[in-house]
Design a protein around this ligand. Structure first.
Ligand code: ATP
Length: 597
């Protein structure tokens, strides 16, 4: 279907046409029909508002039109992209962007930095100067130039909304969907936002947004109103035709009454249930405004000095996933550096805890009388490393999910690119944290001065930290932060129980001993004891004040606690496998979470 015939052929104009759309969702009572056979046309150059009372199905319709919601959808969505080059839904998704209600901005970055990141992730072939020029252009047009150096978490609600729009404008998408862009904004910021959208629409874009009861002036700004009630369309036409439409259906809008308020009152049922009658009346074409709305002759007059005069940005192309990986890697690095709670504070805490535990277990390392206490020290150290690595990881995905969902859906990057960048930063960070803790506690607890053994211990402790963070990522992908913290702690307690200290391996039944194979903590403790007491370590020192030292011989100690098999490298291999496995599972779960709609 070609909806557009007389527009400038050099510039792609995309109209969206949908026909007989149904959306059914399952809930406890069975199937619930949320959208009930709606159809319509949204033209380029027009600013369309999807309106309706709360629960009418506005967001659901937007989710369906954007492709955000796939399951339970019936009907057809067409866009003249498909009729032009046959690339269908993929191309439609590429040409459109969806700005969700929550802004989900990179909080620790300035507006300028966030824009540059968006540019780097969505454009290729532009010099840095050209990118800066483009950013300047967009920020000027969106009145954001004065806050370009402000970090996103310091922006006002209206500024945040405009930054969300600015980030998507970088690659100049011809179709823009926005879910409640004025929610949370005051009257003037809301009007400013709608004026901006109108300006963008006039540059040739198809702009569709959901909106809650706008004031009369804002209502008139919209070219096209798509009114919904109870999952049906009860009016589609120009905002200026609303009063006439309602009058033709027998509802007379009082003078000085906001038509937007009046039509909502009518469709909500304040004057009786007339949904079916209005749904039928809404099929009439005559209420539609003169479409398509007049498009500026110069399509880039929104961006007067644009670096893309009369040229679509997609002709410049998208960067490779490798380049995006590098951009995301840098973003992760800057984020870690700027968030002092996940970098500087953690290093300080690891140092302090290392001092505290080192002093608590002072002189346990070489004292034959305190050999079993030393086993406690390694268990506590492993518990500490695993716990401190896993709990932040439990919160990692939930805290970034909003931004990840938005950016991934709008084709900024693929999930595996994001995941790889995040993981690459996580591992060296774990090694740094572990080194700070291990070195301090190792020296203070007076362990054997053998750097080879220390390095073996460090390797194991680092691997246990990475396993812990992998475990945390799995929990974070499965549960929300509250449930995740709870479930995570319970699972870790079970792992700790089978760690080989709270109950010695030699005191377990065969079955329970086999269960310890599931605990990566058991492997870490065993490997640590092997590293420190194995490999023909000379006899331990028995202090004079002790009457009898049972464990002068390290080999006897290892035998008595059931860790005498030389298994250090097996333990290392096991932990490496656990790290890989946990991360693969976390990735699959994250991908699944992002695709559930
Ligand atoms: N997963 C679901 N299971 C069952 N019902 C659902 C589900 N998701 C949405 N609904 C129902 O679908 C209807 C439409 O929801 P939607 O969010 O699209 O409404 P809306 O018009 O955007 O409302 P609001 O203006 O309040 O945001 C509501 O009645 C809602 O309760």
């Amino acid at each position: 279907m070609t909806l557009d015939t007389n527009k400038n052929k050099n510039i792609p104009y995309y109209d969206v046409n949908f026909d007989n759309i149904f959306l059914t969702k399952r809930d406890k009572q069975g199937h619930k029909q949320i959208i009930r056979g709606v159809s319509g046309n949204f033209f380029s150059g027009e600013l369309t508002a999807i309106m309706g009372p709360s629960g009418a199905g506005k967001t659901s319709l937007l989710n369906v039109l954007t492709g955000y919601q796939i399951s339970g959808v019936q009907g057809t969505i067409r866009c003249n992209i498909s009729s032009e080059n046959g690339t269908g839904s993929l191309q439609y998704k590429k040409e459109s962007c969806y700005i969700l209600q929550d802004d989900c901005l990179p909080e620790l970055f300035t507006v300028q930095e966030a824009m540059m990141m968006s540019c780097n992730l969505k454009t290729v072939g532009l010099s840095r100067k050209a990118k800066e020029y483009l950013i300047n252009d967009i920020l000027t047009n969106l009145s954001l130039i004065t806050c370009r150096n402000t970090r996103c978490h310091h922006l006002s609600g209206g500024q945040k909304k405009r930054v969300s729009i600015a980030l998507e404008l970088v690659n100049n998408p011809p179709i823009m969907f926005l879910d409640e862009p004025t929610t949370g904004l005051d009257c003037s910021a809301g009007s400013q936002c709608i004026q901006l959208l109108k300006k963008l629409a006039r540059s040739g874009k198809t702009i569709i947004c959901t909106i809650h009861q706008p004031n009369a002036k804002m209502y008139e700004t919209f070219d096209h109103i798509y009114m919904m009630a109870y999952g049906k369309c009860v009016y589609q036409g120009a905002s200026t035709h609303t009063v006439d439409y309602l009058a033709a259906s027998g509802f007379h809008c009082p003078i000085y009454h906001n038509p937007a308020d009046f039509i909502i009152e009518v469709v909500k049922g304040d004057y009786g249930d007339h949904t079916d009658m209005l749904a039928h009346a809404a099929l009439e074409e005559k209420w539609r405004g003169n479409h398509p709305a007049k498009i500026c002759n110069d399509p880039v007059d929104t961006y007067k000095n644009s670096v893309y005069p009369k040229q679509r940005i997609d002709s410049i192309g998208m960067p490779s996933e490798w380049f995006k990986f590098l951009v995301l890697l840098r973003r992760s690095g800057v984020q870690i550096y700027r968030d002092w709670t996940i970098s500087q504070l953690k290093i300080l805490l690891h140092l302090l805890v290392g001092l505290f535990l080192g002093l608590t277990y002072q002189n346990c390392g070489q004292d034959a009388d305190k050999a079993v206490t030393n086993l406690g020290f390694f268990t506590v150290s492993t518990v500490y490393m695993v716990y401190t690595a896993s709990m932040p990881a439990v919160l990692k995905f939930p805290s970034e999910l909003c931004m990840l969902k938005k950016e991934n859906f709008n084709n900024w990057y693929k999930v595996h690119t994001y995941f790889a960048a995040v993981m690459l930063f996580d591992m060296p960070l774990q090694v740094i944290f572990t080194s700070v803790y291990s070195l301090t506690s190792y020296l203070l607890s007076n362990q054997i001065r053998d750097w080879h053994r220390f390095c073996m211990l460090l390797l194991l402790q680092s691997l246990s930290g990475m396993s812990g963070s992998g475990f945390g990522l799995i929990i974070g992908s499965l549960f929300n932060p509250v449930n995740g913290t709870f479930v995570g702690v319970i699972c870790l307690c079970c792992f700790f129980l089978f760690g080989g200290f709270f109950i010695l391996l030699v005191h377990m039944s065969k079955f329970m001993y086999a269960v310890t194979n599931l605990s990566f903590i058991a492997f870490t403790v065993e490997g640590s004891m092997q590293a420190l007491y194995g490999y023909d370590r000379p006899p331990l020192h028995c202090p004079e004040e002790a009457e009898f030292c049972q464990y002068v011989s390290p080999a006897v100690l290892l035998k008595d606690i059931g860790m005498d098999k030389p298994s250090y490298w097996t333990d290392v291999t096991y932990l490496v496998c656990v790290i890989v496995l946990f991360r693969i599972v976390a990735f699959v779960l994250l991908k699944r979470k992002l695709s559930i709609t």
